[in-house]
Design a protein around this ligand. Sequence first.
Ligand SMILES: *Cc1c(COP(=O)(O)O)cnc(C)c1O
Length: 379
Amino acid sequence: MPRVYLSPPHMGARERELLIEAFDSNWIAPLGPHVDEFERELAGVVGVPNVCALSSGTAALHLALVLLGVGAGDEVLVSTLTFAATANAVTYVGARPTFVDSELASWNMCPDRLAEVLEERKRTGVLPKAIIVVDLYGQCADYARIVPIAERYGIPIIEDAAEALGATYRGRPAGSFGTFGVFSFNGNKIITTSGGGALVSARKGLAERARFLATQARDPAPHYQHSTIGFNYRLSNLLAAVGRGQLEVLRDRVAARRANNAFYREALGGLPGVAFLPEATWGESTCWLTCITVDERAAGVSRETLRLALVDADIEARPLWKPMHLQPVFASCEVIGGSVAAGLFESGLCLPSGSSLRPEERVEIADIVRGCFASSRRP
Ligand SMILES: *Cc1c(COP(=O)(O)O)cnc(C)c1O
């Protein structure tokens, strides 16, 4: 069997057709009709009227922080269990991330820890400038609790929904809960443009400003004039064409990942010491990656044993994101709690979850995992 990847790109004929159409139109630029259409279509999916298509999710995070006026010396609260890009963006504006632990119900930012740190900051010092909440592995954080807490202190939320395009929370789309929502169309995400991202906002003025800053902040003048520092962050028209093809099949892609998740739960759910990333009752996850935890004492095997058995069979499986508060580069940053995310990292494993994963591949993966348990029981 060919190598099985964790979350490979999944393209169709329509993407190819749109890409060639864009190529032949000679709109080979970071702008053009496909960018406009992609933004309009994405706005429809997310239910947020203003969308700015960008070169990456990381660029979207950076711009969101710039637009919120976050700068040197400011503090930004960030989910600790996430990909490094979330926290890196905070440092781009000279601010300092403080990491907030996960809750067990969803592995997302714990509302109790959030409330605790904000109360403490209010008592003793300066409030954080922003909160970046991650919708981890495709599941929304608990916004019914998080949004009122943030509002109580007047702190804006940036929702990092890079892994959650197509998810819902109480029927509302992921990406619509903050002052800004951030999406990624990197090659490993739910849908991809090879590289790309988007910043969305209900506030038209902020989205327009994002567009201005993302295209080198050119003042309206016939010559090149600049009154502020800009960025080269727009999505290419060619890539937006691919993204339009991908958006057409977003529902199918999410359904395929959820079917992978249902298969793994059925096949592995009964194994001792194995638990799945819980799907909270508040919404529907994209199941971007199916994640399990392995309690070594109950299971008799470790997460590493399973991972290495899969790797031996040329199947990509990985530990969860290593929490930001455990990263050498953020060693000097503060963390609020941290033991929940650390424990998940110790025992967690991401299984191949791509929307193009074939049924026979899933069966082989489940057989290998179950085989590890069978051999651990041999006397
Ligand atoms: C992928 C990802 C990003 C970064 O997106 P890019 O498009 O790769 O820059 C940010 N946050 C999270 C949670 C991600 O998974």
